[in-house]
Design a protein around this ligand. Sequence first.
Ligand SMILES: [Zn+2]
Length: 77
Amino acid sequence: MNATDLLYLVRDNPTLFDAAPVDVDAEAMEWRRNEETHPCRGCGSRARCAVVAETMLGLRWLDLCFRRLHEVRLANS
Ligand SMILES: [Zn+2]
């Protein structure tokens, strides 16, 4: 899934993504990417990054590999 589709998906179907805590901080993001194992939502390889997306249902985790993170940042700017 490319970055643009991924951004539409998290916006339109936030229930497909894990809820992030409302008080999520840098420490929580580091924990998720280093101490937990999640697949990249774009390509399925191990996610090395975790970002938080604001959705109509609150904050959701968006787990990404480095490549998809870069693409999402470009698509989101
Ligand atoms: Zn990926």
